[in-house]
Design a protein around this ligand. Structure first.
Ligand code: SF4
Length: 310
């Protein structure tokens, strides 16, 4: 950044993802989720630096040149279901024209063949064929979402990356969108769903990764995370307890500036379990980065106590 300042937008993010599996990456806005997605697609700004490896179906993404990214990665190895699909679609072209162009580019179909293939591509994402001649501004939020999903599926990419796919949708539409994404995952794709919508994550995720201040602080199975034992990291527990259907209690304080992270645990100033050891940054061990994680037994006892109190 200007003045030689560095922002550690994402550090130490490590995970794998199998075909047919959905990993939800959750955390507050600004924690680094979308930066991680941009890094995978080679869409970071020119002054960003990346290190490490990110391999999809044998292709290394980090450090790949623009030619490789354009011709083999975007749309082909990694399909993007974007945030705000209405803004992602080209406003002056019909949905059908955009699907046809994507088909020609990604599958090499002729102009003539692309027309009938566009109907099939739309159907895969439950986009009605009789709406293909509509412009993006003529679509509801749900239909724009389906159009964007149809575009993301055309290249049959083994990894779908959905960046806040349910933002701005009402709950019914959130559920429908999440279910559709799950259906495409069950067809043999891997899905990385970046979201701050924990209800959507609970609906479809197999595993959950929680990000805080640029780091993954917990990575665990969705059943345990949302179930009786709950998460082990204090921040992850705070996120869940903030939901209206749970305690509806906000995590106190604000996240630190990514350009000015503390030496120790970045969550320490907001954490009611913080102790002396937390002045040293905790390593990510056994699925959690915390010196004093909640043990599953203690979590179960707490939730039983809550039930009795209720
Ligand atoms: S390392 Fe310490 S401050 Fe950080 S989350 Fe764990 S207990 Fe809280």
């Amino acid at each position: 950044m200007r003045g030689g300042r560095h922002v550690a937008a994402v550090s130490g993010a490590s995970f794998d993802l199998a075909a047919g599996e959905c990993l939800a990456l959750v955390g507050e806005s600004g924690c680094g989720k979308s930066v991680l997605a941009s890094a995978l697609l080679g869409l970071l700004p020119g002054n960003a630096q990346t290190a490490g490896t990110a391999t999809v179906a044998g292709t290394e993404l980090l450090g790949a040149d623009e030619h490789t990214l354009a011709l083999t990665v975007r749309g082909r190895l990694v399909g993007l279901v974007p945030q705000s699909p209405a803004a992602h679609l080209t406003p002056v072209r019909t949905v059908g024209a955009q699907i046809e162009e994507t088909l020609r580019e990604l599958t090499g179909l002729s102009r003539k063949a692309a027309r009938s293939a566009a109907v099939a591509a739309a159907e895969r994402a439950a986009f009605p064929a009789d709406h293909l001649d509509r412009y993006p501004h003529e679509l509801s939020g749900g239909l724009a979402q389906r159009a964007a999903t149809a575009l993301a599926l055309i290249g049959d990419a083994p990894l779908l990356l959905a960046d806040e796919p349910t933002t701005g949708l009402d709950r019914d539409l959130v559920n429908r969108t999440a279910d559709e994404l799950r259906r495409h995952t069950d067809d043999g794709r891997a899905l990385l769903m970046i979201t701050h919508d924990l209800a959507a994550a609970e609906r479809i995720a197999d595993r959950v990764a929680v990000m805080y201040a640029g780091r993954i602080v917990e990575l665990t199975g969705a059943r345990g995370f949302f179930g009786e034992s709950g998460p082990r990291h204090p921040y992850a527990r705070g996120l869940l307890n903030a939901l209206p259907e749970r305690d509806f209690t906000a995590v106190p304080g604000l996240p630190p500036e990514l350009s000015d992270l503390p030496e120790g645990c970045a969550f320490a100033a907001r954490c009611d379990r913080a102790g002396e050891r937390c002045a040293v940054r905790p390593a990510f061990t056994d699925g959690v980065a915390c010196h004093h994680p909640v043990t599953p037994a203690a979590a179960r006892a707490a939730s039983t106590k809550d039930v009795h109190r209720a």
